[in-house]
Ligand binder design. Structure first.
Ligand code: FAD
Length: 469
């Protein structure tokens, strides 16, 4: 009997423990992707990007004489039906750790086992299973540095090769990917964002090699520079599992052994991703509730005209606006810029971090439930290992330091800096929904939403009130 391989955020064939197990002993494999309500609930850009990833995965399966079977509906019903259609007796998948996936997978497991299926989940989405990293007293880590110390020297098994894949005697029916219209919710020029994505396993490997060749040595020094392409951009591929974190870890470790500068810093960042999943596993409401409960009393502002100006890149603070536009045009945002805009929203505008988190989830093609939640809580000050609240980023000073000549701002802001706006600065106006009423010559706001000093003082006052000091 064939085995079902249920693809989710692991759209690759290499280093895929679940696929390898499903195909063991020459057993025929039926690869399936289920568009279930949990998946349909993700943001517009992420869903659109998922569609591109599925198309690429189907192509690479096709090149091996295989297919990707597409089914829609609640996973447990869809998989149970597929098992009945095909006579499959086993179901394999790669584990995820966000609460929506965990709830769904637990249900799938219980129900299909009741029907006599063998169901097996496998590691592969993170470097270290969240429960295998523990403090001296056996609990979860809440601070990154000791987490890093505990994992940095750990070995990893070698990556797995693409297994020999055998097709079933007969392929079951499949939906057509086009009919799912995964890009339908992109109320903006998907064509603009499409110029910035790198889809699929080969593209991910190419990104990794280009980074190792080009930017790794300068990574530690340059990773904060918004005006340089100094980082790997692998987050987009990691979130869909187009490359395994383990193969990146191996490459980084090799570079470290060769004494290459930048390797340690790169591995450390990769471990931040694992730390985020570690936290989400142990704190399932990381994306929805203040991790420090005392923050429930903070006078967060809800959604407002100011928050809307932030979303549209019209705060009047050039680096904030440039970054928000970078996200809209490219589907991603420089890490330093993410911290700056998150600090601006939560501190200068006193706005609830969950409002920012939701907009990131809507716009990012590298949206990751754990890293996004950790990034927002960390910057807002409400999270584990958070930046202290009094560290209010000054966007102007940040820009001076990390975009000294203004190239980054000029790249994304029409009307900023010398020379005519071009490229991405203009693409922004092709990308925005018409309802925003912005055209290429809409001037930037004359007045910033709030003075930087004034905003900082206001934030610190609110914080003092929270602490009762
Ligand atoms: P590189 O610098 O090349 O780093 C290599 C890899 O390490 C990344 O691909 C990523 O997987 C991991 N990594 C690096 N920095 C971090 C970090 N701070 N936290 C967790 N993992 C990290 N990352 C996402 O993948 N998805 C998100 O939705 C997301 N939302 C964020 C929201 C906020 C408010 C903040 C402050 C950060 C967020 N990050 C998120 C983390 C970080 O900004 C991105 O991972 C990084 O910009 C990706 O670029 P890169 O692949 O070139 O990273």
């Amino acid at each position: 009997a064939p085995a079902l391989l249920w693809f989710r955020r692991d759209l690759r064939l290499a280093d895929h423990a679940a696929l390898t197990a499903a195909a063991a002993g020459g057993r025929p494999v039926i690869p399936v992707f289920v568009l279930d309500p949990e998946t349909e609930a993700i943001g517009a850009a992420a869903l659109w990007r998922l569609g591109l990833g599925l198309e690429e995965l189907a192509r690479s399966l096709g090149a091996r004489g295989m297919r990707l079977v597409l089914r829609r509906g609640p996973a447990r019903a869809a998989l149970s039906r597929l098992a009945a259609d095909t006579g499959a007796r086993a179901l394999h998948w790669t584990r995820l750790y966000d609460p929506a996936s965990v709830a769904r997978d637990t249900q799938v497991k219980a129900e299909l086992r009741r029907e006599g299926m063998e169901t097996v989940s496998h590691p592969g989405h993170v470097l270290f299973e969240p429960w295998t990293v523990a403090t001296g007293s056996g609990g979860p880590f809440r601070v990154f540095t000791p987490f890093w110390k505990s994992v940095r020297g750990r070995g990893q098994d070698p990556a797995l090769p693409v297994p020999e894949l055998r097709a079933p005697a007969r392929w079951p029916a499949s939906d057509r990917l086009e009919d799912w219209e995964l890009g339908a919710a992109m109320n903006r020029g998907a064509a603009v964002v499409a110029a910035h994505v790198a889809v699929g396993e080969q593209a991910a490997r190419d990104r990794l090699s280009a980074f190792l060749r080009g930017s790794l040595d300068g990574y530690a020094a340059d990773r904060d520079r918004m005006d340089r392409a100094a980082t790997s951009r692998l987050s987009e591929n990691l979130t869909y599992g187009e490359i395994s974190p383990r193969s990146i870890w191996h490459a980084g470790t090799r570079a470290l052994e060769e004494g290459r500068p930048g390797a340690e810093a790169f591995l450390r960042e990769l471990a931040w991703r694992d730390f985020a999943w570690h936290l989400m596993h142990h704190v399932p409401d990381l994306a929805t509730a203040n991790w420090r409960r005392e923050w429930d009393a903070f006078p967060w502002r809800g959604d407002s005209a100011e928050a809307e100006a932030w979303r549209r890149g019209r705060t009047g603070e050039p680096v904030v606006d440039a970054a928000m536009r970078e996200m809209f045009v490219t589907g991603t945002m420089h890490n330093r810029a993410r911290m700056i805009v998150a600090s601006y929203l939560t501190k200068h505008l006193l706005t609830d971090w969950r409002i920012g988190l939701a907009w990131f989830a809507e716009c990012l093609t590298d949206w990751d439930p754990a890293s996004n939640a950790l990034g927002w809580q960390w910057t807002a000050g409400s999270g584990p290992d958070a930046a202290p609240y009094f560290r209010v980023y000054n966007p102007a000073l940040q820009a001076e330091k990390f975009d000294p000549k203004g190239h980054y701002r000029h790249r994304f802001l029409a009307g900023y800096g010398p020379g005519r706006p071009h490229g991405d600065a203009l693409s922004y106006f092709d990308a925005v929904p018409r309802s925003w009423g912005l055209v290429a010559d809409t001037p930037p706001p004359e007045q910033p939403l709030i003075g930087l000093k004034e905003g900082r003082a206001r934030a610190l006052e609110a914080y003092a009130a929270l602490r009762g000091t």
